[in-house]
Design a protein around this ligand. Structure first.
Ligand SMILES: *Cc1c(COP(=O)(O)O)cnc(C)c1O
Length: 400
């Protein structure tokens, strides 16, 4: 965990360059690519130096649960990409969220959160945090009034994921941050689906951004990781949890994510472009009831997406006529696209949310979240779009 002044980069250097070059201070070996420090501990020149490093009087590496030079390069680079004051990396996206709530909340505190969030995030809030006396109120993501109404004297945190997965619902981050700060709460945005190349929540008033690096930051489905970026006073508390409890990022995974960041901008731009093309095609297909994608003019929040994001991302939800059987038959006719719940990969993936990612929700919860039986979710990769279309056509054309 390191603090630095991000303003100097905001003005002069574009995110393309930050994501490729920032954060690496070359060692005496003059390496060009970032080095991997696969070591659990570090040695000292004397007893006094060891004591000084343990007490914090002398700066430097002690143990990789506390700090690791490769992980620090990733932390500096991601912080710079998000325009955050500070960053701490974690072993997964979920451990980032867990460390965040452990670090800044206590028993009796309350959270207001979007109903449309990653399934494990909802489970963490609903199933585990209540055991420690932390209560969460769930609201509809786009409904700013509902957020305000749910805030009580004990609310400390507002938590949203925008755009949502799989329905591409948005919240106006600027409007939410105004409410958040009026009521003296912290605003947390999960920026996994857009990444800093398409959306920088901190510049719109968010206090903290969380990431599952497992998705687009890696981009090739290789490693699990996460990060929390934002206000230094908060990151310091979260860092304390990671240092003591141990959900830290592996140096090897940090190196993977550094390589991922180098092509992030390129991938997000191309994958978003392909997604628009596919969404337009799906919208016209007779077997498709409805397409959920903020890049379409038919999307109710298209204008907000244009204003808030630099692109629409590469996740599309689409509803097949014929409910679950229709949706399953499209999946079962697929030959190329990977049938898997993971997203953010350069390989296109498809899943049936109501029986996989959202399978644990009750029928009422599915209804509330808009997860219908005929809904499919596709995460567009980098393959040729004609090949993706033809793969989907197999199943779709059999239906209608
Ligand atoms: C995948 C995901 C997470 C959790 O990340 P892991 O790395 O799988 O722990 C959190 N939020 C969103 C939006 C995700 O897609």
């Amino acid at each position: 965990m390191l603090k630095y002044n991000y303003q100097q980069y905001e003005k002069n250097i574009s995110i393309d360059t930050i994501a490729i070059r920032f954060g690496h201070n070359r060692t005496n070996e003059q390496e060009h690519s970032e080095p991997i420090f696969l070591t659990s501990s570090f040695v000292y020149n004397s007893a006094a130096e060891a004591a000084g490093k343990f007490s914090g009087d002398i700066q430097g590496n002690v143990y990789s649960r506390f700090d690791n030079p490769t992980v620090q390069i990733f932390e500096r680079r991601l912080a710079a990409c998000e325009y955050g004051e500070n960053c701490v990396a974690t072993s997964s996206g979920m451990s980032a969220i867990m460390s965040l709530v452990m670090g800044i909340l206590k028993s009796g505190d309350e959270i207001v959160a979007s109903r449309s969030m990653f399934g494990s995030t909802i489970s963490l809030l609903q199933k585990y945090l209540v055991k420690f006396g932390i209560i969460t109120h769930f609201v509809q993501l786009s409904n700013i009034e509902a957020w305000e109404k749910a805030i009580t004297y004990n609310t400390r945190l507002l938590f949203a994921e925008t755009p949502s997965n799989p329905l591409s619902e948005l919240v106006n981050i600027q409007a939410l941050s105004k409410i958040s700060h009026y009521y003296n709460t912290w605003l947390v945005i999960d920026n996994c689906l857009c990444t800093p190349t398409l959306q920088r929540p901190i510049t719109l008033g968010a206090d903290i951004v969380v990431h599952s690096a497992t998705k687009y930051l890696d981009g090739q489905g290789r490693a699990l990781g996460g990060a929390v970026v934002g206000r230094n006073i908060l990151i310091k508390e979260i860092y304390g949890v990671i240092r003591i409890c141990g959900p830290c990022m592996s140096p090897f995974n940090a190196w993977i994510f550094l390589k991922g960041l180098e092509t992030l901008n390129l991938r997000m731009r191309v994958q978003s472009k392909k997604a628009i093309e596919l969404a337009k095609w799906l919208e016209k297909h007779t077997a498709v009831e409805k397409v959920y994608y903020s890049g379409l003019k038919s999307h109710p929040q298209h204008f907000l997406a244009v204003k808030q994001q630099k692109g629409f991302g590469a996740i599309i939800g689409f509803e097949i006529k014929g409910g679950k059987m229709g949706a399953w038959s499209v999946i079962d006719a697929i030959k190329l696209i990977s049938i898997t719940a993971n997203l953010g990969d350069i390989k296109t993936t498809i899943t049936h949310p109501s029986t996989t990612t959202h399978g644990k929700l009750s029928d009422d919860q599915k209804k509330e979240s808009g997860i219908k039986d005929g809904l499919l979710r596709i995460s567009i990769g980098l393959e040729n779009i004609e090949d993706i279309r033809s793969d989907l056509s197999n199943g779709l054309n059999n239906l209608y």
